[in-house]
Design a protein around this ligand. Structure first.
Ligand code: S3P
Length: 174
């Protein structure tokens, strides 16, 4: 990018299907920064899939693991971090995001129907345990919208955008 960045950590937040991982990977490549995908790092560090963790250990244990991975990712510099969709619901994670300086939190947003279709059509609901019940997922979406907005300094709509356009929009904000 031509403009200098004041942040050396960019954190992408938003609901499942917002494009956090896809956009994060492209953004990191464009900046020449590391990319930390929290879901993938949780799976790698603990040696099982998220779906398995939810069914064998429950959501609370997944959330503890998720926080540990986020804390470690925020300790790096020149890093783009894609959070899992539920991460900002955990108080520990919100505090971590606030405490870290030079961190730009960006909320990738789109209407629920678009997000749900993106996830379920692309991968099926089995990858994301919280999408198995569409009504409960819609309920979570409504609960989380204000949380995403509060923890993010920037807001980008991804509704009808190609991931590369979202990358450009994020870079323009910073
Ligand atoms: C979750 C979102 C998922 C993953 C887990 C729980 C959530 O991440 O962390 O299935 O609570 O919304 P993505 O947003 O990357 O799908």
């Amino acid at each position: 990018p031509t403009a200098p960045l004041s942040a050396d950590r960019i954190v992408l937040t938003g609901f499942m299907g917002a494009g956090k991982s896809t956009v994060g990977r492209l953004l990191a490549a464009e900046l020449g920064w590391q990319f930390a995908d929290v879901d993938a790092e949780v799976e790698e560090r603990y040696g099982s899939t998220i779906a398995q963790m939810f069914s064998a250990l429950g959501e609370a244990e997944f959330r503890r693991r998720e926080s540990a991975v986020i804390a470690r990712a925020l300790g790096r510099g020149n890093v783009v971090i894609a959070l899992g969709g539920g991460a900002p619901e955990t108080l520990t994670n919100r505090l971590l995001l606030e405490q870290t300086t030079r961190t730009a939190v960006v909320f990738l947003d789109a209407p629920f129907e678009i997000l749900f279709d993106r996830c379920v059509l692309q991968e099926g609901a089995a990858v994301r345990p919280l999408l198995m019940d569409a009504d409960a997922a819609a309920q979570r979406f409504r609960q989380r919208a204000p949380i995403y907005r509060r923890c993010a300094k920037h807001h980008v709509s991804t509704a009808d955008q190609h991931p590369q356009e979202t990358v450009t929009a994020v870079l323009r904000l910073l």
